[in-house]
Design a protein around this ligand. Sequence first.
Ligand code: AMP
Length: 557
Amino acid sequence: MTQETGGFAAFNLNPNILAAVIATGYEEPSAIQYQSIPIIMAGQDMIGQAQTGTGKTAAFALPILHCIDPAKREPQALILAPTRELALQVATAFETYAKQMPGVTVVAVYGGAPMGPQLKAIRNGAQIVVATPGRLCDHLRRDEKVLSTVNHLVLDEADEMLKLGFMDDLEVIFKALPATRQTVLFSATLPQSIRAIAERHLRDPQHVKIQTKTQTVTAIEQAHLLVHADQKTSAVLSLLEVEDFDALIMFVRTKQATLDLASALEAKGYKAAALNGDIAQNQRERVIESLKDGRLDIVVATDVAARGLDVPRITHVFNVDMPYDPESYVHRIGRTGRAGREGRALLLVTPRERRMLQVIERVTGQKVAEVRLPDAQAVLDARIKKLTNSLSPLVADAESTHGDLLDRLTADIGCTPRALAAALLRKATNGQALTLAAIEKDRPLVPNNAPRGDRPERTGDRPDRGDRERRAPVPLAEGRARCRTALGARDGIAAKNLLGAILNEGGLAREAIGRIQVRDSFSLVELPEDGLEKLLTKLKDTRVAGKQLKLRRYRED
Ligand code: AMP
């Protein structure tokens, strides 16, 4: 057994599940997984207090899969989730972990999509049903026996379900399930309403909560940046331009992510390497030595691989992926600010992870300030500063060593010293963008694409006007119309959510949908002009992230 699978192997999960977990690249269980998996595997009821980002999905999915009998072609586990997005996400997670379990199938049951295929999948023997409460109740009205074989129930994000008004639906669902079932409830908060449900419907539940004792992290300056998951690499590259670092460690969650990010950094000329549990011990030691002596400046690591790493040169820690719990955050950022020096820690936060940020702030007793992506001006200033720093030591004696050559060359070429110096600069900077226009052109990330990017502060009280005014309209392809929804990044929306909703409920082919732009307070989607009104009517009641989509034609004027 290798070191990094030891944590998961100790649970004695079905080997096919363990193999799938290893294939995902997880190195060790998160705190909530350590505590929950044995309880759920033992068939006990449980209340887990955990939010998104802690690894809670695997905390229930792995032990539930372990308890499934693939030979029985009937629903055995029901997972209730507040929104379609979460239901789909949970169903996908189950599929990933069940990849090597032949015969196990998962069905996602949610509103907006036709009921027929969902019912068919259940009748065809899906053992895992992941559902939103409203749509599941519709199924129960058609067939009250549909849940009669379920012996594991999970309520995921129970507090969100209640907030969305699913209380009555939950009661209907509880009644339709066998009384002998196991019930597991996950919730970020435990208000009285949730406790009441637990009292009525759980039997002698075990409580699991990630311990959050206060931690101090004084010497380290902390900041966070809101960003979508698929923009993390670009965000990291932008931040590196302006951060004045000596050595830097970046934390990600999986082995694959260490490799991907390290090679993206290398491609941009950084001296970077990956550090993960798959890398042999002596090679890991070499990486750390190189970081110490400056042959490397950046190491991209998983938590496991970075254990015990102590390199005084480290000035910065980037938490590219959110840690699972505040302790591990404190542990990670403690890699900088060694020996009384100052350190800086940056945390990338996706819209869904904002809650975890609040938990970190509470536990550390410190506000983690928000920073924005550097704009083109900041990048230009940083590049010029680097150039100044690299050239200024050379200026002192260059004239005595190369002055005569300069005279000769300007005479031979017939140009001014300014023209020659400019040509030499062009050569020395090797095509690097060094004007605002050039930087703006090849910026990896348009600042406004970030959930809350580096836009100027709003001046008026009309939130969307500023966005609209600053943006030059992107030309529309022929036959396409631009539509707008008031849902944006601040509602936890990503382009894939909009795409999923429109594909599912609009019945369109993927190619029919053009560019999707998610802004902080609204989003734009390009749809076919032909049949647009019909499509918008079809999407009238569509909800995304629990909110009405209300897509409308958008006029640029
Ligand atoms: P969740 O809190 O369930 O939404 O999970 C957050 C993210 O963490 C998901 O992308 C999971 O794939 C990932 N994840 C869950 N458990 C682990 C683990 N033990 N190691 C690495 N990544 C994990």
